[in-house]
Ligand binder design. Sequence first.
Ligand code: XMP
Length: 315
Amino acid sequence: MDARKFVEEQVRDISARVGGRAIVALSGGVDSTVAAAIVNRAIGDRLLAVYVDTGFMRKGETERLESMFGRLGLNYRIVHASDLFFDSLEGVADAEKKRVAIGRKFIEIFEEEAGAFQAEYLVQGTIAPDWIESGGTLRDRIKSHHNVAGLPENMKLKLIEPLRDLYKDEVRTVARHLAIEVSERQPFPGPGLAVRVLGGLTREDVEIEREACAIVEEEIEKAYAERRMDALPWQYFSVLIPVRSVGVQGDVRAFGRTIVVRAVLSKDAMTARFADLPHDVLENIATRITNKLGSSITRVVYDITNKPPATIEWE
Ligand code: XMP
């Protein structure tokens, strides 16, 4: 694809179409960051970038992103909303209901922010697989990606989705063209760690998942930096599942839960193959996770399922 032409066309189209103010749902991932950068070029300060800290972000993420937003020259605001998100998920264990509840909360917050900013438009980093997999007339609903499923029918904001027809590799091409520093980052789902803690959520479980996920990322990135791996997988993370098994801690019986390590290779997330991680990397991950989280986690397993038949995330 011709990234320069794509950006020019989008900027031209958006500046012609959008007369008023807009807010962008900025997650700090490649998609929303590219969408924000394009709309920023088109309408400048009439765009407000809103980053919502849901409480389901990765370790250190909010602090890292805050400094990036400053460097991007965006007009941005950070909303700390973890209490609101936890409250809205109380007693919700079903995967689809969790996604829909999180999506709704997102939209509610954006509508509030948009009202305060007097925005008429909502910019989203939706890409082609997001809406294809959320089910159209021709396709079965596989899972509701939060940026599609949560939209209320009577939403007052008009949508701007500049990346709607692009696949991930094309978004990265555009990101490189715009010199956006997160261009090579692995995708992170909108509902964040909430869909990586299976079933009902507690703050403590999200904390366990956050620690485990950080260990998976650190060990894989370290192996890649030390050239023990040729390339980084497309995505690599952990999932906390409510399966208990017997372990030993010191010489005492333990009965903890399970962390699944997931690492996949893909081109566009529509299909994926499990990554053949070196065994020493897997072993380091398991050792660090059980050392750090031993009172809660007694077992670490590796997911060797491709997509299809599985999906990349577990919920
Ligand atoms: P699945 O699990 O459906 O995921 O194979 C495909 C890709 O999409 C990411 N993903 C999401 N991205 N909002 C997003 O923006 C979401 O709700 C969402 N759910 C999954 C997933 O991490 C993978 O890269």
